[in-house]
Design a protein around this ligand. Sequence first.
Ligand code: ACO
Length: 322
Amino acid sequence: ARRSLLVGFGGYLPDRIVTNDELATRLDTSDEWIRARTGIAQRHIAGPGDTAVSMASAAASQALDYAGMRAGDVGAVIVGTSTPDQAFPATAVRVQAELGMTGGFGFDLAAACSGFIYALSMADSLIRSGQVDSVLVIGSEVYSRIVDWSDRGTCVLFGDGAGAVLLRAAGDEDEDRAGILSTHLHSDGRTGDLLYVDGAVGQREKSGFLHMRGRDVFRHAVAKLSDSVDEVLRVNGLSHGDVSWLVPHQANLRIIEGVARKLELPPERVIVTVDRHANTSAASIPLALNEAVRDGRIRPGDLVLMEALGGGLTWGSALARI
Ligand code: ACO
């Protein structure tokens, strides 16, 4: 049967770093409060030259280089984003042009912070069904554009950036590589008002800002992500001890630690970037993967469990052998 391998990894973070202390000069907050509640110490914030398209393209180029593949050989581009530069064309189509692709197809996918898990799942399905042989799966987010910088309850939580993974169909020479074992997606629109952006393109009477009921999101996150982790292991006939690495969506260190405890995974088996990147929404998992693969923590053959929850609410998980 056809299956997808993760063969390339890339990431991009804007140069500008904003520390908690810098935020505390403009807002009634403190480094101590933010660290204690979230584990966040700093975040990268897009500069004038950074857009959802430019960051996605930079991350995608790195993933192609890692895999030794050319953009022209890629069958599809999927970008998970809630902060596209334009309503259309899709970010993914602009990325195609940036990379010099003249074939294949691209589209964006809106699943908020679960965007990467959703995009990975769609990409895996495209490969399994034989529609394409390779897909660039990208998360690219500019949350600095949609947070209300005067709302200390939300603006301290987010950062900007992009991450990318290149998936390729396994060939005869890849006999011993399992790749993506399964992906699991969920959403429940009844919880839509816990975390949402007020407005859409052209709705001038709306604020365009992100709104969140933090406590409620926190409660749902721990419960639903615990269920997700159980689900993905059960479906694959695996147990906690089989997981080499947890690569979670990076919303909040307390949520991450909750899921790690559930998995009985020691902290050194959990990839954490939230301290330095804050919550980059759909970009957080591919950024974390990129970091851990490049620094040699995640190695070929390792079993990696990814999970995320975000606005919708949407949530899900994916299990892959690298
Ligand atoms: N600095 C100082 N004080 C603050 C700040 C801040 N940045 N933000 C809020 N406060 C104050 C509040 O005003 C409140 O004050 P009050 O008691 O005088 O009213 C007090 O701190 C407590 O506020 P809570 O919102 O109840 O604080 P809580 O302990 O729930 O922590 C937090 C807030 C960190 C947002 C937490 O609820 C959380 O992590 N929720 C998960 C949300 C999340 O991660 N969302 C990301 C998107 S979804 C996802 O990716 C999973």
